[in-house]
Design a protein around this ligand. Structure first.
Ligand SMILES: [Zn+2]
Length: 362
């Protein structure tokens, strides 16, 4: 009885074994028929043997599934120096929508890490995303502005970040007084008619030669430090005009408008409420005149003011951004940390504000 049982058991095992083997064999045949080798699949899609070997050499197995049809740029994509395996699917998805665009632009745009699916690939967009101060939320405005102006991407980013793609004095808002030393006052951000800084101090005659001799305490301290520092280099600096009240600016601006007309006056004088002089954080130094630009004092300031926390507020070549012509004499206090960043990166307060303050708080 026992022998018989054992023999029967053996038979059952053998039977099961054969069934399993047969099943595996059948599956393999089916699998091969339904899913040909990757190499064969590439051939079937239309890739030539040279392309197939490049693809097989460079594309990791996990990305095979994304290659579903012939793509004339696939080999160029893989061979590009900026190609990243991890972005493989994203390149494909973006390429699907932009098959006529340059593959290198597609790679650059995808590599930026932002979602640009709703934007058409272009060399302008590829240039923009490489800009240090690129802000994703401004993409449409960069493209609009860039497509209607013959500027490089750096300038497009600078202008749009500063809102200067809009008309000056349009879309204005109140300056944020919580920004303290960094308060932004320009042709889009204004102070109220009753704003007067609470910590104004008067500069003594050693530091001042004008009627408007007040500055906010910290700015005044740093200004005096700067004047003393300059003196060691035989450079004599004096404030010619610092804090100016709203009403003072009303009279000043109106007199300019009467003399030159509104359009001209707007290029060099601020409308009341829009003048940085109302902040008590800026100073016009020595000579309020373009002749100051060629003096050794102006040169010293342009090279050293940042060490004391001051920046040249309306630089040459940045007129489109600041909305003012070059003022070699107008310096603004922002504190040492920020003045260093602005100086070293050759940016304006507008650009700094957009990238380092607004972007990081929104
Ligand atoms: Zn000024």
């Amino acid at each position: 009885m026992r022998k018989k049982k054992r023999r029967l058991k053996k038979k059952v095992y053998l039977f099961v074994f054969l069934i399993v083997c047969g099943f595996i064999l059948l599956c393999s045949i089916l699998f091969y028929k339904v899913k040909p080798s990757f190499k064969k699949r590439l051939n079937n899609l239309g890739y030539n043997s040279k392309e197939v070997s490049i693809i097989m050499e460079n594309v990791p197995k996990r990305n095979y599934k994304f290659i579903k049809k012939y793509n004339k740029d696939l080999v160029n994509l893989i061979k590009s120096k900026d190609y990243k395996d991890s972005n493989f699917k994203k390149y494909f998805d973006y390429y699907e929508k932009n098959s006529n665009s340059d593959i290198n632009d597609i790679i650059t745009i995808v590599n930026s890490g932002y979602d640009f699916m709703k934007y058409t690939a272009s060399s302008l967009l590829a240039d923009l995303v490489k800009e240090k101060y690129f802000i994703y939320d401004n993409t449409s405005r960069y493209l609009d502005y860039g497509n209607s102006h013959d500027y490089n991407s750096k300038k497009i980013v600078a202008i749009v970040n500063s809102n200067a793609d809009k008309t000056f004095y349009s879309d204005t808002k109140s300056s944020n007084l919580n920004d303290d030393n960094l308060v932004l006052v320009n042709k889009f951000n204004h102070l109220s008619d009753n704003y007067v800084p609470t910590d104004l101090v008067a500069l003594s005659s050693k530091y001042n030669s004008g009627a408007n001799n007040k500055m906010r305490k910290e700015a005044a301290d740093k200004f005096m430090e700067m004047v003393d520092g300059a003196l060691l280099d035989n450079i004599i600096l004096k404030n010619a005009s610092a804090y100016r009240s709203y009403n003072y600016q009303v009279n000043l601006y109106n007199s300019y408008v009467q003399r030159d007309g509104k359009e001209k006056a707007d290029i060099y004088s601020a409308r009341p409420g829009y003048s940085e002089h109302q902040t008590g954080l800026c100073t016009d130094i020595n000579t309020i005149n373009s002749s100051f630009a060629n003096t050794k004092e102006a040169k010293w300031l342009s090279e050293n003011a940042y060490k004391y926390g001051f920046i040249l507020r309306f630089p040459k070549g940045k007129e489109d951004i600041t909305g003012y012509k070059y003022e070699s004499w107008h310096y603004r206090y922002v504190g040492k940390k920020v003045s260093k960043i602005i100086y070293e990166n050759d940016i304006t307060l507008e650009e700094y504000y957009a990238y380092y303050m607004e972007k990081h708080t929104s």
